[in-house]
Design a binder for this molecule. Structure first.
Ligand SMILES: *[C@@H]1O[C@H](CO)[C@@H](O)[C@H](O)[C@H]1NC(C)=O
Ligand SMILES: *[C@@H]1O[C@H](CO)[C@@H](O)[C@H](O)[C@H]1NC(C)=O
Ligand SMILES: *[C@@H]1O[C@H](CO)[C@@H](O)[C@H](O)[C@H]1NC(C)=O
Ligand SMILES: *[C@@H]1O[C@H](CO)[C@@H](O)[C@H](O)[C@H]1NC(C)=O
Ligand SMILES: *[C@@H]1O[C@H](CO)[C@@H](O)[C@H](O)[C@H]1NC(C)=O
Ligand SMILES: *[C@@H]1O[C@H](CO)[C@@H](O)[C@H](O)[C@H]1NC(C)=O
Ligand SMILES: *[C@@H]1O[C@H](CO)[C@@H](O)[C@H](O)[C@H]1NC(C)=O
Ligand SMILES: *[C@@H]1O[C@H](CO)[C@@H](O)[C@H](O)[C@H]1NC(C)=O
Ligand SMILES: *[C@@H]1O[C@H](CO)[C@@H](O)[C@H](O)[C@H]1NC(C)=O
Ligand SMILES: *[C@@H]1O[C@H](CO)[C@@H](O)[C@H](O)[C@H]1NC(C)=O
Ligand SMILES: *[C@@H]1O[C@H](CO)[C@@H](O)[C@H](O)[C@H]1NC(C)=O
Ligand SMILES: *[C@@H]1O[C@H](CO)[C@@H](O)[C@H](O)[C@H]1NC(C)=O
Length: 616
């Protein structure tokens, strides 16, 4: 054993003393960082490679040859290290790539960084760097990738940045950079990705010189305080794939020059102050366009048919002042899954073939003036996850094919002029958590198929003309939190199973024709907050157990034929609203609710704010 250790000792010592100069620089660098995770733990003399001298085997270090040669790359990303930028790195003369991405590098970036003569890529994104951007950065003759995203750099972008000779990607997203975007940026002819989003620039127009960046593929200027029109010069960006000018204060119209961006895939112009009509023609050249968002502007006029004839995946035009019909051709896209048109003045019917060729996941056409029926094909592909059709003027029936929507998650058809019966399968959509049909003219009964809606949490079907009994199957909806069915024409007794809905917090069935007693097991609804059974024909006694609904704070049983005494236990509840008036109740009001302030001055049925009492 001892002999073995001795052997190991003499065998390794010679190597440990012959770490090369680059290794020593790196060790010195490591000493400059707080290293709580021990990232640098293998940066030592016994872990040498390449004939025993180089640091090429150290974590994060790459050399010109595998395991040997000179250092070409130091990758310290996600290392959880803290300290200032180690300019010592530039002593490694062959270094091409430096990444300190996602650490706690603080202080300013030294001008001497320009001594890293062979640097091709510098990634310092997601650190704590402050101060100005070094003007000397553009002196790095080989630099192609510069990512300073997510720091606290301030001051202006130096005009000298126009002198970058080989730069392909510049990202300064999420910093505190001010001033104007310098026109000189338009001189970096090699640039492919320019990402300056989310900086507090001074309010200023988009420099038209950016149109000179004809190699640009990505231009992100979201949240840059940009004013004025979208310059026509941007039409020269023939290679552009992704344009994001959202969240600025751009004015004027969407220029027809935009349609010259023939390779564009995504256009984001939402949340600006754009006005006027969309260009009517030219869109058909943009055969690659898949996603366009011009929501939250002040656009007027119609949606161009040419735009809708593209193979769009996503069309967002919500919260504008658009009008007219949605061109039928939109349903020809086999990619469309996301359509948000809410908050405009669109009219006419929805495209009849919508959903026929593509699995819709999100459709929100609420707050418009649409009319007619819901397209029968809407769920043909079965992918609809959210259907929002609030505040429209739809009329007609919901098509039977809805029952095949396996992935439908949220259905909101509220506040329209929809009518007809709900297709039987529609009640039992297995994935739906929200079913909102409120404020239409629907008729018919709640189907027994509702038993299949195991994920249903909100059932809001009030203000319609539904009739018949509530099916006993309602008791199987173990996830139901809210059941609002007031102002309908329901009748019959409440199914006993309703007391099995353990998650129920709100039960509102006022203004219907229910009869029979209030189920005795009502105290099982332990989470019930609001119980409104007003204006029905309920009879019999109020169950004593109602006093055990400990979180109940709204109780309205008024306008029924309830008789007997008011259960004493009611005074254990902390009710904000209690209305028992217009019943056949007798006896005393529980003392806590009999206070003078609650009692109507006429001594008659108590209709005062929040409280009522039995008729004497
Ligand atoms: C040196 O690095 C090796 C990993 O190669 C590690 O196992 C060892 O603990 C390190 N030695 C010291 C003194 O940190
Ligand atoms: C390189 O380091 C690993 C552990 O990080 C070690 O297993 C291996 O032996 C080292 N190679 C050389 C040549 O030292
Ligand atoms: C950043 O680094 C930490 C380790 O320090 C890691 O847990 C985290 O996931 C990293 N974040 C990202 C976005 O990579
Ligand atoms: C930079 O980080 C180091 C290590 O955590 C810390 O000691 C130093 O105070 C920090 N400097 C600044 C200017 O925040
Ligand atoms: C970065 O700026 C933000 C916002 O001004 C500030 O809250 C934060 O403390 C700054 N962090 C550093 C490291 O300067
Ligand atoms: C750089 O940009 C400025 C402003 O756009 C321009 O006046 C100048 O001629 C450009 N310089 C070169 C060398 O292209
Ligand atoms: C631009 O910045 C955003 C936000 O950091 C990021 O998600 C996106 O990937 C960046 N795009 C490019 C092309 O760098
Ligand atoms: C750059 O664009 C501007 C405005 O679009 C133009 O006046 C200028 O001549 C262009 N410069 C070069 C070098 O192409
Ligand atoms: C719209 O953009 C402005 C900046 O111009 C921003 O402050 C605001 O939060 C954005 N609103 C939305 C809803 O994104
Ligand atoms: C519908 O889309 C297909 C491609 O999916 C295309 O070939 C066809 O021409 C389109 N029809 C019309 C009427 O534009
Ligand atoms: C029901 O909801 C749960 C939890 O949100 C989800 O995991 C499950 O897939 C849903 N079931 C259906 C049939 O969508
Ligand atoms: C109590 O119910 C009666 C009958 O439904 C109604 O007329 C009255 O407005 C209600 N009082 C309050 C305070 O809600």
């Amino acid at each position: 054993m001892t002999r073995f250790l001795y052997f190991v000792f003499i065998f390794f010592i010679p190597f440990s003393v012959s770490l090369n100069q680059e290794g020593r620089f790196l060790q010195l660098l490591a000493l400059g960082f707080d290293d709580v995770n021990g990232f640098f733990s293998d940066w030592n003399e016994s872990n040498v490679a390449g004939g025993g001298e180089t640091p090429c085997n150290w974590t994060g270090v790459t050399c010109s040859k595998p395991g040997t040669g000179f250092v070409t790359s130091v990758d310290l990303s996600n290392a959880n290290i803290a300290g200032t930028f180690p300019v010592l790195l530039c002593r490694l003369t062959g270094i091409k790539f430096i990444s300190l991405y996602n650490n706690s590098v603080n202080g300013t970036l030294p001008e001497e960084l320009s001594t890293c003569r062979n640097l091709v890529g510098l990634n310092l994104a997601q650190n704590l760097l402050t101060g100005e951007l070094p003007v000397t950065l553009s002196e790095l003759p080989e630099l192609k990738f510069l990512d300073l995203t997510g720091n606290n750099f301030s001051g202006d972008i130096p005009a000298s940045f126009g002198k970058f000779e080989t730069l392909e990607a510049l990202s300064l997203v999420d910093n505190l950079i001010g001033g104007r975007i310098p026109a000189e940026i338009g001189n970096i002819s090699t640039l492919k990705h320019l990402n300056l989003s989310y900086n507090p620039f001074s309010p200023a127009p988009i420099p038209p010189e950016l149109g000179n960046l004809t190699n640009l593929q990505v231009l992100w200027l979201a949240g840059c305080n940009l004013l004025g029109p979208i310059p026509d010069s941007l039409s020269r960006l023939g290679k552009l794939v992704d344009l994001d000018l959202s969240m600025n204060k751009l004015t004027g119209s969407v220029p027809s020059s935009v349609t010259e961006l023939v390779n564009i895939v995504q256009i984001e112009l939402y949340n600006n102050s754009l006005t006027g009509e969309l260009p009517e023609i030219g869109w058909s050249k943009m055969t690659s366009l898949r996603r366009i968002d011009i929501s939250m502007n002040m656009l007027t006029g119609k949606v161009p048919g040419e735009l809708c004839s593209l193979q769009l995946e996503s069309l967002h035009l919500y919260e504008n002042d658009l009008e007219g019909e949605i061109p039928e051709i939109l349903s020809n896209s086999s990619n469309l899954y996301d359509l948000r048109l809410f908050g405009n003045r669109f009219s006419g019917g929805l495209p009849a073939g919508l959903g026929k060729k593509s699995p819709l996941t999100w459709v929100d056409v609420s707050n418009n003036l649409f009319s007619g029926g819901i397209p029968a094909s809407l769920c043909d592909k079965g992918g609809l996850e959210e259907l929002l059709m609030l505040h429209n003027s739809f009329s007609g029936e919901i098509p039977a094919s809805f029952s095949t929507c396996k992935s439908l998650k949220r259905v909101r058809l509220g506040y329209n002029k929809l009518s007809g019966e709900i297709p039987v399968g529609f009640w039992g959509l297995p994935g739906v958590s929200l079913l909102e049909l409120v404020g239409n003219s629907f008729t018919g009964v709640i189907g027994k198929t509702v038993a299949g809606a195991g994920n249903l949490s909100t059932l809001n079907i009030g203000n319609n003309m539904f009739s018949g009994e509530i099916p006993v199957e309602i008791g199987l909806l173990g996830s139901l939190v809210e059941f609002s069915g007031g102002n309908n024409r329901f009748s019959g007794e409440l199914p006993r199973g309703i007391v099995d809905l353990e998650q129920l917090t709100k039960l509102d069935l006022h203004n219907n024709g229910f009869s029979g007693g209030i189920p005795g097991g009502i105290d099982c609804l332990k989470k019930l907050n609001e119980l409104n059974l007003a204006n029905n024909k309920f009879s019999g006694h109020i169950p004593d157990t109602i006093g055990e609904l400990s979180v109940l704070n709204y109780l309205d049983l008024s306008g029924n034929q309830l008789s007997g005494k008011i259960p004493f236990g009611i005074q254990n509840l902390k009710l904000n609203q209690l209305n028992l008036s217009s019943n056949l109740l007798t006896g005393d009001i529980p003392p806590v609710y009999a206070k003078k302030s609650y009692i109507d001055s006429r001594g008659g049925p108590l209709l005062g704010p929040g409280v009522a009492r039995a008729t004497p």
